[in-house]
Design a binder for this molecule. Sequence first.
Ligand code: PLP
Length: 370
Amino acid sequence: MGKVGETTLFLDLNALEHNFAYLRSKIAPSTKFLGVVKAFAYGSDMVAIAKKLELLGADYLAVAYVIEGVLLRNAGIKTPILVLHPLASNFEEMIDRCLEPSLYSQNILTQFLEAARAKKQVAYPVHIKFNTGLNRLGFKENEIGFIAERLKTSPEAKVVSVFSHLAASEDPNERAFSLNQIDTFKKCSDVLAQKLGYASIRHMLNTSGIINYASEAQFEMVRSGIGLYGYGNDALIDPNLRPVATLKTIISQIHEIGDGETVGYNRAFKTGGTTKTATLPIGHADGIGRQYGKGKASVLINGKEAPLIGNVCMDMIMVDVTGVDCEEGDKVLVFGPQRSAENFASGAGTISYEILTAISQRVKRIVIDH
Ligand SMILES: *Cc1c(COP(=O)(O)O)cnc(C)c1O
């Protein structure tokens, strides 16, 4: 389990390497691979993960916002970086730091071309995002004329890729919808390529897409985030992946509490008999939100389940360790290979993505790479 004297997120880069190889094995060797490292690499350590992915041969990295791309460039990352959700106020900085925008609307396209012109760019790499059914960001099919018109008269930008995003790639019940999205995307990219007079890299699949639609839609590149961090949105896939992040903490104090007493703020937990509780130095300011309190989640102490009791505090949680052989200073596992983040999250009705990205910057990170 590794030593822990305080709440620590251990990041296993060997697991990342394993997951990268597993996901790569699902696609052709010639298909490019984009590693998604937004949100501090899903709450882990963006720079450490990006450096490892660069070493492993990822063709592209993606972040959500320009500020994340800047952090990567400051750390010396040279791999091309796609910014999924740039805003017009960031365009100058983007160009200065060689960050490549996803252009998803007429406004954003027009404003980016203006910025590129002002900065005297030639063939600056841009990515065109199509909305094929997620209805979040992206151009609709009927806007291709506009895109082509603008780009053909704008030598300052070149479309290196066109992409779209599946709305329900993990859900077999939505297969027909996904295949329809794939069809729409094919049509859009064909028409755009024809109008522009050149083809661009096409990409559509996220992690679950790689697992479920590799034969239909891997095109020239795929994009994976959650799979790289060890989760596949599928109990049958998860055993093939290894969680990168392990969150551990320690028992600060143990209490023996009498029958009918209460624990924590708002007296939200009431004992039903003599109860042994442990107080842990991790709370909602560390990413364990209030939704995990009141028994919705549990931690593992010496291999035994210890449910969170009462309300989660800002800096602490209390867990029920009645009948658990443990003492102050013992290690506590919140999630990791032996207790998945998905499992921890599901008790509170959420998903691995949310608990992973919630782990706050206050939590110490230790990177393991050997
Ligand atoms: C976050 C994101 C991904 C990664 O999805 P995973 O399910 O984590 O693999 C891929 N594409 C886009 C557009 C995203 O926003």
